[in-house]
Design a protein around this ligand. Structure first.
Ligand code: PMT
Length: 381
């Protein structure tokens, strides 16, 4: 359904979490079918989406990189994981000055990539541009800024503090190994449309990997977007905004903007059923802020899309606890089917280390179990 939202646009860059979308004072408009018969003549919602929202110019290059990277690793019989990381944006204008953003620093994805590399996987890292990257994430401007740990020597060389060098060494080694083996391919996206075009290509490129593949979908994807056909070409002027606005009592003239946001089709369904109908392990993430609905939402995703594993996390506790929810398909009763396993960092919030050091070995263990099942059902087990 089309959704109309209204809010005051006071800053150039509007940050929002898609989970806060009720802040937009949403009200439902007529179904899309009543508004656009040409769109609905395309039976498949994904086809309709891709027809309406043009591919990024970088798509052909990305496709070639994906195919080359994946065929190299398939030839070596290496496992391959596709990680999505960071949040997508929803531009409000084609020449974009303002956009809605989705919450995610990219920590989960970047950190997970390092542990998958350590476990011997080749990694396709589909990430929000300028979000955290594997290896580089240890040295951002706000964390461990490297210049602060270096000094100039008398002969004009550079000296690195001993303690700093000690922590840097294992990261440097892992990075150099990854470079030497060519096991990391990084592809950036910014908008939700770029993300979805790239995800579709990447999923199709992953087909030859078969059961050796994992989809690890940690990106925070915008649930609502402005269709290309409805997007303003140029920067929306505050003077124009008045003509589109439902006046709010007491609001200054020309300062209110109504946004029409359409729901983004649920692409997980298409990924599993059409783009990559391989025996790969599909792991999706579920972020909630209300602990009371996390498990129900994770189970709903498993029921709806028919994949194997959802990793649930709460906004406030996501860096020290997650829950693996799996559709065990064993019990007769609904309640017996679900397997829920909490993974917690010892010491909780103040615990040492990274929760991804626990998450990835557990995903790998489940992937190996699934690979055995697939080999067994093919008569190779
Ligand atoms: O990067 P950090 O700051 O460390 O934060 C990490 C994280 C909290 C963002 C991450 O751990 C996480 O939970 N990511 C998923 C966020 C989320 O709940 O997204 P979602 O509800 O929009 O999507 C859930 C799943 O459905 C995702 O796997 C997504 O790929 C899929 N989806 C979403 C929207 C859509 N239109 N189609 C989809 O298929």
């Amino acid at each position: 359904r089309q959704i109309e939202g209204s809010y005051r646009a006071t800053t150039h860059q509007i940050h929002t979490n898609h989970l806060l979308s009720t802040n937009y004072n949403l009200r439902h408009l007529p179904a899309r079918s009543e508004r656009s018969s040409s769109t609905m003549s395309l039976t498949n919602e994904a086809d309709a989406y891709f027809a309406e929202n043009p591919a990024p110019p970088s798509l052909a290059t990305a496709k070639k990189q994906l195919d080359d990277f994946i065929s190299t690793h398939v030839a070596q019989n290496r496992r391959v994981v596709l990680i999505t990381s960071g949040g997508t944006t929803v531009p409000l204008e084609r020449n974009t000055v303002r956009f809605l953003d989705n919450f995610s620093a990219g920590t989960r994805g970047a950190c997970s990539a390092e542990y998958f590399l350590k476990a011997g996987y080749a990694v396709v890292f589909l990430h929000r541009q300028w979000s955290l990257l594997p290896f580089a994430r240890h040295y951002t401007h706000s964390r461990n800024f490297f210049l602060g740990h270096m000094s100039e020597t008398a002969d004009g060389g550079i000296e690195i503090e001993d303690d700093y060098a000690k922590t840097l060494l294992p990261i440097l080694r892992a990075y150099k190994k990854t470079q030497k083996e060519g096991t990391l391919l990084m592809i950036p996206f910014t908008t939700v449309s770029e993300y979805l075009h790239l995800l579709r290509e990447a999923a199709m490129s992953m087909r030859p990997v078969g059961a050796n593949g994992v989809f690890y979908l940690a990106a925070a994807v915008s649930d609502f977007f402005v269709p290309s056909s409805e997007m303003s070409e140029h920067k929306i002027q505050s003077g124009d905004a008045d003509s589109m606005a439902t006046p709010v009592t007491g609001a200054p003239r020309g300062k209110t903007l109504n946004l029409h946001l359409s729901p983004t089709p649920k692409f997980l369904h298409h990924l599993i059923s059409t783009w990559a109908p391989t025996p790969a392990l599909v792991v999706s993430f579920k972020l909630e802020t209300d602990p009371g609905i996390l498990l129900a939402k994770a189970k709903q995703a498993l029921r709806r899309y028919g994949h194997r594993l959802v990793i649930g996390n709460l906004l406030k506790t996501r860096s020290w606890e997650v829950v693996f929810v799996e559709n065990g398909q064993g019990g007769k009763e609904e309640d017996e089917r679900w397997k829920e396993d909490w993974i917690r960092l010892e010491g909780g919030e103040k615990g040492k280390g990274e929760i991804e050091a626990l998450i990835i070995p557990e995903v790998v263990r489940r992937h190996e179990g699934m690979m055995k099942e697939v080999a067994g059902s093919n008569g190779n087990g």
